[in-house]
Design a protein around this ligand. Structure first.
Ligand code: AMP
Length: 440
């Protein structure tokens, strides 16, 4: 088995890792760290939860541990991330892994935070800037960023940055950096536009592709069909009552939906809060801190706001609404099962949304296991021909989740889930009467 001492890290960083309790590199770290330390450009497809943050921070810190050859105050490493939360998480990790580098200075440049504070921080020498593209561009326009001694450019969750419309900003930022820089690009996928952009901004890159399935190996997934929104709410109530978890994240498709559900859960006595992009940054930070400290038990969030949440106590993710994009499914469920723990991810879909479920399954290259909660079975079934749960030919994917038998419930709770094919109950009452349109 590979050890951190085999990867060529600076001794100070190896020491900090030991203190942080890391003993074995994850697969992405095992491949990316030595290649990056050797100076290669990298294109890495790895998911959140794979240890990808350390995979780029460890080589970056190893570089920073040696004196800069360049003059000036500008950053030696620039990390671009799609969201504020992820940027803050990256900086936090850099400070943990770089704890022994006493002189290390990091600055996070994200929207929603004070310009004055960031400007002051930029007036002193900085080693690592972690930024979202929009705010970094604001500082660049004001002439506050000197990239002349930049050695390493890192793009984290590049696919997500493109989804969020940052392509032009990214191109402008990259063009402003020295051409002899080293570039590391991390993305859930390296296909399509991301792949093309990645090729343009790297030189003879080494491609590292980490199997998607591996990372969610400790996350137990279930799919529940619902008739309508009212049914979804009852399913959510049952899940929260029955599941064993310290903390949970419930994902909604809309900001208003996240507020409504958080309100309802608070009314029911849960310590619940919402997190979405329209909330002021200070409030978002407070909510995340409360989640980290365990003061919030259930966070109800939209996709963008929840990126980068890394709280080991999250044992349950509920997709109350389906993600708009298949990749988001992976990011959502990656909020649980952190740091090697196990987690449960339950996706609720309306029966008429079966085609969206299928898109997710195609992306995952595996099927989600359909389950039911006893007494809350759906009356409407997805059309025949949907492969999952039909007993039809399964794609062979090397023994992934598609083969897992549901029915065992999660953690020995009462009833739990049963395989829908084994459920004998007939149609339930009250299905269509309370049907109302969903707002997406
Ligand atoms: P990431 O994929 O970067 O979001 O990391 C997922 C989680 O795994 C974070 O909580 C990290 O602190 C943790 N982690 C990363 N690398 C290791 C490692 N080699 N050993 C133990 N935990 C790790």
């Amino acid at each position: 088995m590979q050890k951190f001492s085999d990867l060529g890290l600076a001794p100070a960083i190896a020491k900090a890792l030991e203190k942080a309790g890391y003993d074995t590199p994850t697969p992405v770290q095992g491949e990316a760290v030595p290649a990056a330390i050797a100076g290669r450009d990298l294109l890495v497809s790895a998911q959140t939860g794979s240890g990808k943050t350390a995979a780029f921070l460890l080589p970056a810190l190893t570089r920073v541990s040696e004196r800069s050859k360049g003059a000036g105050n500008g950053p030696r490493v620039l990390v671009l991330t799609p969201t504020r939360e992820l940027a803050q998480q990256v900086e936090k990790n850099a400070l943990v892994y770089g704890e022994e580098l006493r002189w290390l200075r990091t600055v996070t440049l994200v929207g929603g935070a004070s310009f004055g504070f960031q400007t002051r921080a930029l007036s002193r020498p900085v080693d690592i800037i972690v930024a979202t593209p929009g705010r970094l561009m604001d500082h660049m326009r004001s002439g506050r960023i000197d990239f002349s001694r930049l050695e390493m450019l890192i793009l984290d969750e590049a696919d997500r940055m493109l989804d969020m419309g940052f392509i032009e900003d990214i191109e402008t930022i990259v063009a402003a950096t020295p051409s002899e820089r080293q570039t590391l690009l991390f993305s859930a996928t390296l296909d399509g536009i991301v792949g093309k952009m990645a090729e343009r901004m790297t030189r003879d890159p080494q491609r590292i592709e980490i199997e998607r399935k591996e990372e969610s190996g400790n996350i137990e997934e279930h799919l529940l069909y619902a008739d309508d929104n009212n049914h979804k709410q009852r399913l959510l109530d049952a899940i929260l009552k029955e599941a064993n978890f310290d903390q949970a994240v419930v994902f909604t498709a809309t900001k208003i939906g996240s507020e409504e559900i958080a309100d309802k859960l608070s009314d029911m006595g849960y310590s619940a809060a919402c997190l979405h992009g329209d909330m002021p940054q200070s409030w978002r930070n407070r909510t995340l801190n409360d989640l980290r400290r365990g003061r919030i038990k259930i966070l109800v969030a939209t996709d963008v706001a929840a990126r980068g949440i890394d709280v080991p106590g999250i044992g349950l993710v509920v997709n109350y609404d389906l993600p708009k994009q298949a990749e988001d499914y992976v990011h959502r469920i990656g909020r649980t099962g952190r740091a090697g723990r196990s987690g449960v991810a339950i996706t609720i879909a309306e029966s008429r949304e079966f085609h969206r479920v299928r898109r997710i399954e195609q992306y995952l290259k595996r099927q989600l296991t359909e389950a039911v909660i006893q007494g809350l079975e759906p009356t409407r079934r997805p059309p025949k021909g949907r492969p999952a749960g039909k007993g039809g030919p399964r794609r062979s994917n090397g023994g992934g989740y598609g083969d897992r038998k549901p029915g065992g419930g999660y953690g020995g709770n009462r009833g739990g889930y049963g395989d829908r094919n084994r459920s004998s109950s007939g149609p339930r009452q009250g299905g269509s009467g309370d049907r109302r349109p969903r707002s997406e």
